[in-house]
Ligand binder design. Structure first.
Ligand code: URA
Length: 279
């Protein structure tokens, strides 16, 4: 863009080319030239486009309906995992933290274990059951003769429930939070098609089975979730909190024995006798 001062320079150069060495300037011409000089040194005015704020990055579209895609179980789960991150019924509650913790383990598993919600450790690792409760769960699986990698481990709620000024403290998910995430876990069940489900703890059991009650009142029998036999047992963290009560350990172990029996797994005499009083 040419500036007014350029026109003056052009004029002076043309006069100089004609051999003119002096130009008379009256006071007003001097003032005008001074003004033009000052203007030419200041920054050019930004264009309208430059004054507009930078466009915000596109916000990911919130998902309100799930659609499964993929050629096998792993791909189908990956498609649900991706949609879960912006699952509107959960995100719109505004009570759950940002980081999604989806599931871990074998998409072809016969056993699906479902807890309530991720905590501090799980959020950090983006994997369910990696804290002290997770280590206890690994021990339980080991006693059954299976590894963590063989089973599918998930949570009913896919985001850590939020608290004010939260550090390492966790809270249980509310019934509303569980209801919001239930379609996600139901989709996982219909993709994995486990032979059995084990609900870990009363909160997960209430959310999955849609009933209220203590673990004591719900365990010891088979329920059904999406047509899949479902056993309720104590949460591994309850085992840690209950000060190693043999009663709780034996009850949980009996639920695991029932699960093993249902799957036709071999059960040794030693396994049958875990946590029984010594004769
Ligand atoms: N408790 C749960 O219910 N889920 C986890 O992932 C960890 C602890």
């Amino acid at each position: 863009m040419s500036r007014p001062v350029d026109a003056v320079i052009e004029y002076l150069e043309a006069e100089s080319a004609r051999g003119r060495t002096h130009i008379f300037l009256d006071d007003s011409a001097r003032d005008t030239l001074r003004e033009l000089f000052i203007k030419s040194r200041s920054k050019p005015k930004p264009t309208v486009e430059e004054t507009l704020p930078a466009p915000a990055p596109p916000t990911p579209k919130k998902i309100t309906e799930l659609s499964v895609s993929g050629a096998n179980k792993a791909e189908k789960l990956a498609s649900i995992r991706q949609q879960a991150a912006t699952w509107a019924p959960a995100r719109d509650l505004g009570t759950l933290r940002e980081t999604m913790v989806f599931a871990t383990g074998n998409p072809e598993a016969e056993i699906m274990l479902i807890g309530e919600a991720p905590g501090y450790n799980e959020e950090k690792e983006k994997e369910p059951f990696v804290g002290p409760a997770g280590k206890k769960l690994n021990d339980i699986l080991k006693a059954m003769g299976i590894s963590r990698e063989e089973v599918y481990i998930s949570n009913l709620v896919k985001f850590r429930p939020a608290l004010p000024r939260q550090t390492t403290n966790n809270r249980k998910p509310t019934a509303e939070e569980m209801a919001a995430c239930l379609p996600l876990v139901k989709e996982e069940i219909s993709i994995v098609k486990p032979k059995i489900i084990i609900a870990l703890g009363g909160t997960a059991a209430e959310g999955l089975l849609g009933m209220e009650g203590t673990v004591g009142s719900m365990r010891g029998k088979w329920h059904e979730v999406s047509g899949t036999p479902t056993r309720v047992t104590y949460h591994p963290s309850y085992l840690l909190q209950s000060g190693g009560s043999t009663n709780v350990k034996r009850s949980l172990w009996e639920d695991m024995l029932a699960a093993m029996e249902k799957l036709g797994m071999p059960i040794s005499e030693k396994q049958k006798s875990y946590f029984l009083p010594k004769k």
